[in-house]
Design a protein around this ligand. Sequence first.
Ligand SMILES: Cc1cc2nc3c(=O)[nH]c(=O)nc-3n(C[C@H](O)[C@H](O)[C@H](O)COP(=O)(O)O)c2cc1C
Length: 220
Amino acid sequence: MSRPPKVLVLFYSFSGQTRGLIHRLVDSLEEQGVIVFAERLIPREQLRFPIGSVFATLRMMLVTLFRRNMEIEPLEARCYENYDLVILAGPTWSYNPSGPVLGLLRQSGKKIFAGKVVLPLISCRGYWRVHWHGLRHLLRKCGAAVPNVIVFSHPVKEPWRTVGVFLKLAGRVPERLLGDHYPRYGHSREQLEQAFLFGRQIAEALRQEQSLKTLAFPPC
Ligand SMILES: Cc1cc2nc3c(=O)[nH]c(=O)nc-3n(C[C@H](O)[C@H](O)[C@H](O)COP(=O)(O)O)c2cc1C
């Protein structure tokens, strides 16, 4: 490619985990000379992290199980330009894409994704397959090509991982309540560095005009 590759990054992050991964990925793409425009999806309905109570957390988990779309604020005009790649990143919510990502697909899916190559990035505690297959289906319906996926799971053993995420969302301190079983909520420093390395691979593939299908992004 004779000009620098152009990448659009659209992401939603409720508790900061996707945002951390995306920051490292974008740093790495930019370091490799890629032109990046990143836009955070902002839901119209205000969501607060932590959710704050056990009851409200259970309610959100139940509601999101039914793939509830959440309306988002209008996107910057630059999101509708031409890009060599669109990275669509966000958390798993009850085995599905998060409400704001579903809202984006419903509100502007065809306008943004038709004819584009889209690489989803998923941040989750560990259960991402249904999310991935559902998201790929929705993106393809919008006319996108979806050659690969990047997945990051929380690096803590079960059942502590599930209990820890639940407690964190409910506003408790799992690091204190679960002790050594739960060192921290979310992704590790090594995973952030892995996001950086994935960015290098993507930049190189774009420069060589090589399909992202050929890249290995082992789930971490
Ligand atoms: C309502 C809700 C439901 C969730 N459901 C799942 C799930 O089904 N599978 C999973 O692996 N993680 C699930 N999680 C955990 C998040 O995917 C995980 O904490 C992710 O790293 C958060 O990313 P974020 O901080 O960018 O929002 C859920 C989180 C929330 C808030």
